[in-house]
Design a protein around this ligand. Structure first.
Ligand SMILES: [Ca+2]
Ligand SMILES: [Ca+2]
Ligand SMILES: [Ca+2]
Ligand SMILES: [Ca+2]
Length: 352
């Protein structure tokens, strides 16, 4: 990475954000994110126009930010008490409650759609497996036994099932199981890597019928969808470039998918963009045109905007900034300018 080139990029991006301006009416909810700007990893919230940036956590390394489905609380993982545990706090940082108490690493919480339970990963059995507990931390139950490392998990929109990717059958495949751990079904059956990662908000289509994933089965990464029963597997991107790794996201209405694409750059360069396509793979167009490596697209609850990060790795480490763009590609605005790692934007769910 050419450091001087990166700072030129940042200057250009600053000018761009200034030109775009801020302050549209009716900004949809707040955006939570993680940043190293105050020395260690902390969780922040801001308005969707970048104003009102507020630090919510006070000590330790804090990450894996997830909103409760009603938008009133945030679950996260932190090492503030000596090892990684799961915590919840109110949306303003008050009311901090520790949910796990185990010397192992307890990470990557996700809320059930009704807000009553939290699933997470822990290596308390010797490798990382899935667990679920009540939202108050009681009733911890193991879901996946002690078979193999599981990589990422997501509740189905109706809360009845999980999708997850796992090495349990010697290579990475997509699985579903019931929310109590029963009914395990393997959906992909090839010797390549079929997976989704934590840069992707959820692989489930909003109607719960399909699961999107990334596979390198054709020699490079492409986005596929499969019905939740394993039928109807379909490849959506068909390029020699890598598509979808470190971020894809269904629009709230299920009509489109935003995804990370190397299509306009060479492998190993930082020129990676966010693209958008219809859910059947048609109409693929560029959504972001920021110099740098875009990741982690996240839709606003009303489907009008997409937040993402762009940046690269310098000799100082990761330097990523947060951006937002309208779903039609207009209105690009840069929201942070800290010249540190600002990552994992997550939009506050709309109030019902
Ligand atoms: Ca722990
Ligand atoms: Ca596989
Ligand atoms: Ca490809
Ligand atoms: Ca880019």
């Amino acid at each position: 990475m050419r450091v001087s080139g990166l700072f030129l990029v940042l200057l250009v991006a600053t000018a761009l954000a200034t030109a775009c301006g801020h302050g549209e009416e009716g900004t949809p909810g707040k955006i939570a994110f993680e940043s190293d700007r105050d020395g260690s990893r902390h969780i922040y919230v801001m308005n969707a126009d970048g104003s009102g940036q507020t630090k919510l956590t006070d000590r330790g390394e804090n990450a894996n930010t997830v909103w409760s489905p009603d938008g009133t609380r945030i679950a996260f993982t932190s090492d503030r008490d000596g090892n990684f545990e799961i915590y919840v706090m109110n949306a303003d940082g008050s009311g901090l409650t520790r949910l796990t108490d185990n010397p192992a690493s307890d990470i990557r919480p996700t809320w059930s759609p009704d807000g009553s339970r939290i699933a997470f990963f822990s290596d308390r059995s010797g490798n990382f497996e899935m667990y679920v507990m009540n939202a108050d931390g009681l009733g911890v139950t193991s879901l996946t036994g002690t078979h193999a490392i599981n990589l990422a998990h997501a509740w189905s929109p109706d809360g009845s099932r999980f999708a997850f990717s796992s090495y349990r059958d010697d290579n990475v495949d997509i699985y579903v199981m019931n929310a109590d751990g029963s009914g395990l079904t393997r959906l992909t059956h090839d010797p390549w890597n079929d997976e989704f990662d934590r840069y992707s908000s959820s692989p489930w289509s909003p109607d719960g019928k399909r699961i999107a994933f990334v596979s390198d089965r054709d020699g490079n990464d492409d986005i596929f969808v499969v019905n939740a029963d394993g039928s109807g597997e379909t490849r959506l991107t068909k390029t020699p470039a890598d598509e979808g790794r470190f971020g894809f996201a269904w629009s709230p209405d299920g009509q489109r998918i935003a995804f990370r694409s190397y299509r306009d750059g060479e492998f190993g360069t930082t020129e990676v963009d966010i693209r958008i396509m219809n859910a059947d793979g048609t109409g693929q167009t560029v959504l972001s045109d920021v110099r740098g490596s875009e990741q982690a697209p996240a839709w606003s609850p009303d489907g009008s905007r997409i937040a993402f990060i762009s940046g690269g790795i310098s000799e100082q480490g990761r330097i990523y900034e947060l951006y937002v763009v309208n779903a039609d590609g207009t209105g690009l605005a840069r929201l942070t300018s800290s010249v540190v790692d600002e990552s994992f934007p997550v939009w506050q769910p709309a109030e019902e």
